[in-house]
Structures are given as C-alpha cells and as structure tokens.
Write a protein that binds this ligand. Structure first.
Ligand code: GSH
Length: 211
C-alpha cells in the first residue's frame, strides 16, 4: 500500500487530511507544494488536480483532491483507529457536521476573521472591521460551543471525522482570539484534542499568530 499527500503542512485543508492519516496510523509520504514551495501550476500537479489546490492524495494508483472528499475516502477505506466499527449512520452524522462546519462555520464567517487576523499587519488592522468579522464568526462558534456542552466531541462521545474539521478551526480560534476561552466548552474541547498525539504532531506543532 502506498499513500502520498501533497501539500504544505501548515495549510488548514492539508492539516485535516494529515491529522486523519495520523489518526488512522497509516504510513505515508508528504510532498511540499503550495505557498512558498509553489508547484501548483505545473503540468504534473494539474494532471492530479486541475483546480491547482492542496491537498491532493494518492492511494496506490487512485488520486483524489478536495480535503473533505479525501477525509470521507480515508475514513471509509481504512476503518481503523477511531474510525473502526464505523456504521453507516455514524458516518452520515459525522458527514452532516462536516458539511455544516465547512459551509456554515468556516466559509465565510470564520475564514474571513481568521484571514484578517493572520494576513493584515497589526498597524493596518481596522478595529471596527475586525470586530464585525469576529461577531459574524461568533454566531456559528457559539452554536458549536452549545453542542460541545452536551458531548465530548462534535457528534457524540466518540471522536469522528467531523472533529478533523472542528479541531483545525478551533485551533485557530484558540490561538488567535484574545478572548477565545470565553467559549468555555470550545476551550475544553481544545484541551481534550490537545492530548491526542496526532493533533500535537499535525496541528499544534505549527505556529499560528496574528500578523
Ligand atoms: N475546497 C478545497 C480548498 C483547497 C484550498 O484552497 N487549499 C489551499 C490551502 S488551505 C491552497 O491550495 N492554497 C494555495 C497555496 O497554498 O498555495 C479543499 O477543501 O481542499
């Protein structure tokens, strides 16, 4: 079995996939592309992903792009680690949260706030704009916080595919927002995830700070 992941390791969408692969305990090779490594516009890369974005995975001779499609494929194909005994219903519930997390929490509410924090230098930040982005991001974040008051992980007491998204977004929230811990259930969830070796290796190992 060979598994290769293309993508720079600090990118949000690449991190979800690397974390997943680590949770599954798979051997894999990672190839640096994107950001300052470049390489997304080469004929070889575009032959794998004509949209020219990371991550891309190749499992034996099967190639796939779009991070959440990669997560679904990996969890279903390798039913092991936290994804062992994955029933159809458990998979569907995790998948429901994957869609909510990516479409409602991340795009555009949280991403807008996150990008503003990490890309715009402190001296150029417009406080009222930042506050408006933050307020918008807080709507789904408060909802997630309420869900996490009722259970240890996004779907249930069991770690699932949905945590691979929530955990990456929550990492950014906790490390970028001065008052992040006021969402107490999210803060506790972040502490819980921070005990996991794959999370330490693929998420916490990378610097996240405001520009
Ligand atoms: N919807 C895509 C988004 C892919 C995407 O935009 N990836 C970013 C990294 S997070 C990228 O390729 N950026 C260009 C770069 O890193 O150079 C997915 O989930 O895979």
């Amino acid at each position: 079995m060979t598994l290769t992941v293309w993508g720079r390791p600090e990118a949000v969408n690449v991190q979800k996939v690397l974390w997943c692969v680590e949770e599954l305990g798979l051997d894999y090779t990672r190839i640096d592309v994107g950001g300052h490594f470049g390489g997304l516009d080469t004929p070889d890369f575009l032959a794998m992903n004509p949209w020219g974005r990371i991550p891309v995975i190749r499992h034996n001779d099967f190639t796939l792009w779009e991070s959440n499609a990669c997560l679904r494929y990996l969890c279903r194909t390798f039913k092991q680690g936290p994804f062992a005994n994955l029933t159809d219903h458990a998979f569907a519930q995790a998948d429901q949260w994957v869609d909510w997390l990516v479409t409602t929490l991340y795009y555009s509410a949280f991403r807008q706030y996150y990008m503003y924090q990490i890309k715009v230098p402190a001296a150029e930040k417009d406080a009222s704009k930042l506050a408006a982005f933050r307020e918008e991001a807080l709507i789904p974040l408060r909802f997630l916080n309420d869900q996490l008051a009722k259970r240890s992980y996004v779907v249930s007491e069991q770690f699932s595919m949905a945590d691979l998204l929530a955990g990456v977004y929550v990492d950014r929230w906790m490390r970028l927002d001065a008052e992040a811990s006021s969402l107490t259930h999210i803060a506790r969830y972040f502490e819980r995830l921070s005990q996991r070796e794959p999370y330490k290796k693929t998420i916490l190992a990378f610097e996240v700070k405001p520009a």
